[in-house]
Design a protein around this ligand. Sequence first.
Ligand SMILES: Cc1ncc(COP(=O)(O)O)c(C=O)c1O
Length: 448
Amino acid sequence: MDGLAELQAREEARFVEAHPRSRELAGRARSSLFEGVPMHWMRKWPGGFPVFVQEAKGARFVDVDGHEYVDFCLGDTGAMTGHAPEATLKAMTDQSAKGITLMLPSEDALEVSAELTRRFGVSAWQFALTATDANRFVIRLARHVTGRSVILVFNWCYHGTVDETFATLGPDGVVRARSGNLGPPVDPAVTTRVVEFNDVDALERELAAGDVALVLTEPALTNIGIVHPDPGFHDALRELTRRHGTLLAIDETHTICCGPGGYTQAHGLEADVVTIGKPIAGGIPAAAYGFSEDVAARLTGRIELEDVDVGGVGGTLAANALSMAAMRATLGEVLTADAFARMIPLAGRWTAGVESGIAESGLPWHVTQLGCRAEYLFGPDRPRNGAEAHAASNAELERYMHLFALNRGILLTPFHNMALMSPATTEGDVDRHTQVFREAVTELAART
Ligand SMILES: Cc1ncc(COP(=O)(O)O)c(C=O)c1O
């Protein structure tokens, strides 16, 4: 876009000037942190260096330069509960005084798993520290129980840093390592089939080979913009996986945004396995994966007692007492039906605000809502699959929109254009975003 570089330079100068303390810390960080950040993907924040956080509470945080922000990133879903929710805080404080990690169960494990069963339907739960680990363990166990070697994912999916899922579909229909895939252990074409989301014919063709242990999918894609399933897609997915003896794992890590039981409960899905992480313990590392009764029965007795600790499914700190207490409080008192009843309409308000800004500006963009999550994309039409969504992404525009918002007290995720509502988010927060977004697109449309 003509004119974008000039606007970007203006915003970068504004950012640097307003953040002297963050800039100083970022400079010092270079002497002891690889490329100056504690986690490599933090380089993605716009502005040349990340803002350093002083404190966060509810839907807001304050940086070390004293600026307050409305946080729509919310730790890319890890803090969808709002920052430091009171009930979780209290449970964590109480539990940490009584022991943090023991390698023994506490009663909280029973409460948490019963609640997860009530919400997601499947009834044999295990715990991990991250959704990545939950997905990795599910893949291993699915291979073990089916005796099959490959898994199937949808193009441009994201399920964490899981080797088998870092595969995309080339234009020639051949599976390739996703661009940027660092040091893949083997060519992902060996481990993974990839088809486009909503492509029932391709799904049927790939499952018919009879060697697919597991389909791992989000019920709606959320990691390449938002891609909704076509009407009937989930019925076809369920019918085909059953017909071909393939397990179906639904990753609810992001789609918990659809309600207390995620997309699964909201749309009556029947998964063989459900995985979830990120917000379920209010930001304390915790994740869970649950099997249906049928899969659990098939697994029972198929893992030797002598090998249960070294079979590739593990984690010394998994199911620790602190995570369990945090999960119990978060599920019981924070991510409640009442909270979703407030959060989802807020995402509707955010979406309507962005929609009106797009319409006024005439830019060929669109916005999509999924529960308490919403996202805009730089193309006129809703994508039906990952390839269409990927084609509508634009890294430069994204960086610009994020920095423009950040400079005006609004935080979006550094990856695509996602906004999440927490129980603490207000209509005023949403309207502030609408105002800033409108300002950005009006200027962009006039200059480009
Ligand atoms: C759908 C989905 N599953 C799993 C993960 C992995 O979560 P984590 O990085 O906390 O392991 C992500 C991360 O973005 C995700 O979006």
